[in-house]
Write a protein that binds this ligand. Structure first.
Ligand code: OGA
Ligand code: MN
Length: 277
């Protein structure tokens, strides 16, 4: 009789509400036996850290394919350069928005499912990537607040993010960003699993039908709550680290760094399986 050896996931939590370090070897991760357990753990912990796993591009693509339906970039690229250097990323201007808390792809019909970043060159200073758990932040709200926000909808747009990094854009730039469109999303996302998470971030403009001062105050207070210490993890990169996040139950941002320092992360992603409803 063949002896089938099943690999076991070896992991330790990072903080009570977010993050998990995975200690398995690259070979164990790439053999595929652990994928289902890793998917569950990702949904529970929001962020998985693979310290100095040193994925090549091909390994990162293979691993991403084991974690969901692989989603290439719009122009077909499988692996994408995250860099503020315009020589390395033609759309680096757009990435300036990633310095503020956000969910990737809120303007898509389905936001992306999960993403993986691998560190290829470290920043000279700053440049941590921060994550917060929007499931845990929702669950810890008091019942009155949960009732108050239950049925609210929020207007989201890419152009809202423009004003974070370019407060006085020229009209051509604003029109270009406005052409991406606008969408209305629930403030509380009820997932197929029944779990609920907050939908916030730099694309959120205002709460539909609410006085604009009240709306700004509510969105800001929820952002402050969701990104506060107990729901937040700040990843300080070491060369070769890979970090994966569940984009449907977290927000993330880059911390400031010298745009000319060469900091380089390579990103892959999986398609989202459910719309925000
Ligand atoms: C991203 C992103 C943050 C970073 O890749 O979607 O927001 O730290 N990256 O560069
Ligand atoms: Mn992002």
């Amino acid at each position: 009789m063949d002896i089938i050896e099943l690999n076991r996931l070896v992991h330790t939590p990072i903080k009570q509400n977010i993050g998990c370090t995975i200690h398995n070897t690259k070979e164990e991760l790439l053999c595929g036996n652990l994928s289902a357990d890793l998917q569950d753990l990702l949904e529970q912990r929001g962020v998985l850290v693979f310290p100095q796993i040193e994925f090549t591009d091909a390994e990162q693509v293979a691993f991403t394919k084991m974690m969901g339906q692989f989603l290439p970039e719009i122009d077909g690229e499988e692996v994408y350069n995250i860099s503020l250097d315009s020589k390395v990323n033609r759309k680096s201007e757009y990435l300036k928005g990633s310095l503020y808390w956000h969910i990737d792809g809120t303007m898509n019909k389905r936001p992306i499912g999960a993403a993986i970043l691998s560190s290829k060159k470290l920043p000279t200073w700053g440049g941590n990537t921060e994550f917060c758990n929007t499931y845990a932040a929702y669950e810890a709200l008091d019942d009155d607040t949960k009732r108050q926000i239950e049925h609210l909808h929020v207007a989201h747009s890419a152009w809202t993010t423009l004003f974070y990094y370019n407060p006085e854009p020229d009209q051509t730039k604003l029109k270009e960003m406005m052409a991406i469109g606008e969408t209305e999303l629930p403030l509380v996302w009820t997932h197929k699993s029944g779990r609920k998470s907050l939908v916030l971030g730099a694309t959120a403009h205002h709460v539909i039908g609410m006085n604009w001062t009240e709306s700004a105050s509510l969105l800001n207070s929820l952002r402050e709550w969701a990104t506060s210490e107990s729901f937040r993890y700040s990843h300080e990169w070491k060369l070769g680290d890979a970090v994966m996040w569940d984009n449907t139950g977290t927000m993330h941002r880059a911390m400031p760094y010298d745009p000319d320092c060469g900091r380089l992360l390579r990103r892959t992603k999986t398609a989202g399986v459910e719309p925000i409803i």
